[in-house]
Structures are given as C-alpha cells and as structure tokens.
Design a protein around this ligand. Structure first.
Ligand code: HEM
Length: 188
C-alpha cells in the first residue's frame, strides 16, 4: 500500500499543507455534513443498481459511517492510519458488491457538492484553495479504495489457488498478450 499511496501523493500534488487548509476551515465545512450524507444516500437509494446492495434497515448505520468519514476528512485528520483505513474500505466493499464505478461515481458527487458549497461560502480564491485541498485528498482516497479493491481481489485469488503472486502475474500477462492479439485481429 505504501508505494501506491506515495504514487498518488506525488501525482495529485498533495502536500501536508492540504490537511492544514481543511483544518483551518473545519468549523465552516462541518455544517455541510448532514447535507452531504443525505445527498449521498438519497442518490444511492434512489438508483436501482446501488439500492440493491443495501440490507433491510441498514441506512442509519451507513449514514453514521459517512458522517464519521466526512468529519475526519474535513477536520484534516489525515495520517498513516487514515490512509490504511481507506485501503481497507476497498476490501470491505468487495463482498457487498460495491464496484469501483459505484464508488467513483459517488466520490465525484461528493466533490461536486463540496465545490458548490465552497463557492457559496468563501470568496473565489479561498474556495479554490479549500476545494483544491479537498479534491486532492478525496482523489487519493478514491485511488486507495480502487486499488485496495483490486489488490485484495487478486490476493484472494492467490490465497485460494495456492499460486504465488509472481506466477499469477506471469500467467495473467501471457493471457493478456493473447487477448490483445485477438482484439487487434478483429476488424473494427
Ligand atoms: C465516496 C465513496 C465511498 C467512500 C469514501 C466509502 C467509505 C466507506 C467506509 C469508510 C466504510 C466503512 C469501512 C469500515 O468498516 O471501517 C464503508 C463501508 C460500506 N460502504 Fe462505502 N464508501 C463509498 C462508496 C460506497 C458506495 C457507492 C456504496 C454502495 C453502493 C457503499 C456501501 C458501503 C457498505 C454497504 C458498507 C458496509 C460494508 C460492511 O461492513 O459490510 N459505499 N464505505
């Protein structure tokens, strides 16, 4: 996970100033928590494919998870443990059928709402600064969840098949080469 986190930090341009920027305005952004939570779950419960992943009576628990997550992010409580937790969310999502497109779609939704709120609340320059910090942090989170999902999926295959990761990677590469060759042969 370390290496992937470092890649995401380097490529998004995240710096330690970003959590500080969020910390400085936490009193103002904390009040958006409820609206973010309701938009999040109204969207998910209002769309057939995502509504189907929830269990009966689960919504209050799920809302609390998101409230807690939003509170931590907007308080700028971003440390090694937080990033590890986000990686772990990818693993938790697998057995519940929560695909990365579901997650990425909702991360986009959260970012758009947060941006609109920034523009309403701050002057243009500060809105850009605050949203920039939020965007970099939540993009890293999305990267960690997506890669955590993928790596955990492959790790589960490695464990159940008893094959080493190295062997799985080699076999996958051979197969992928064939798939690419097949696609190239197909006229389009
Ligand atoms: C912005 C994107 C998302 C973030 C940041 C996020 C974050 C989280 C977090 C922090 C947890 C708790 C992990 C733990 O137990 O410590 C969680 C669990 C869960 N999430 Fe997500 N999530 C996202 C998208 C989604 C979407 C799109 C769905 C549904 C379509 C979803 C459904 C769930 C469910 C059902 C659980 C509970 C899994 C379980 O404990 O059985 N999440 N998520």
């Amino acid at each position: 996970m370390e290496e992937i986190l470092n890649d995401l930090i380097a490529l998004t341009g995240f710096t330690d100033q970003d959590p500080q920027i969020l910390r400085d305005v936490a009193a103002q952004t904390a009040v958006w928590q409820e609206e973010v939570t309701q938009v999040f779950y109204n969207t998910l419960y209002g769309y057939k494919s995502t509504a189907a992943v929830f269990r009966e009576g689960e919504r209050p628990d799920r809302e609390n998870t998101l409230r807690n997550w939003y509170q931590i992010v907007t308080a700028g409580d971003i440390d090694a443990n937080f990033w590890r937790w986000q990686w772990f969310v990818g693993l938790i999502h697998i057995p519940r059928g929560i695909t990365n497109p579901f997650m990425l779609g909702m991360m986009s939704r959260v970012q758009q709402l947060f941006r609109a709120k920034c523009l309403e609340t701050f002057d243009a320059e500060q809105a850009e600064t605050v949203f920039g910090a939020f965007k970099r942090i939540t993009d890293i989170i999305a990267g960690l969840i997506a890669e955590g999902y993928f790596q955990s999926y492959v790790q589960a295959m490695e464990r159940m098949s008893g094959q080493s990761r190295l062997l799985i990677d080699r076999m996958v590469n051979l197969e992928v080469e064939e798939m690419v060759a097949e696609l190239r042969q197909t006229p389009h």
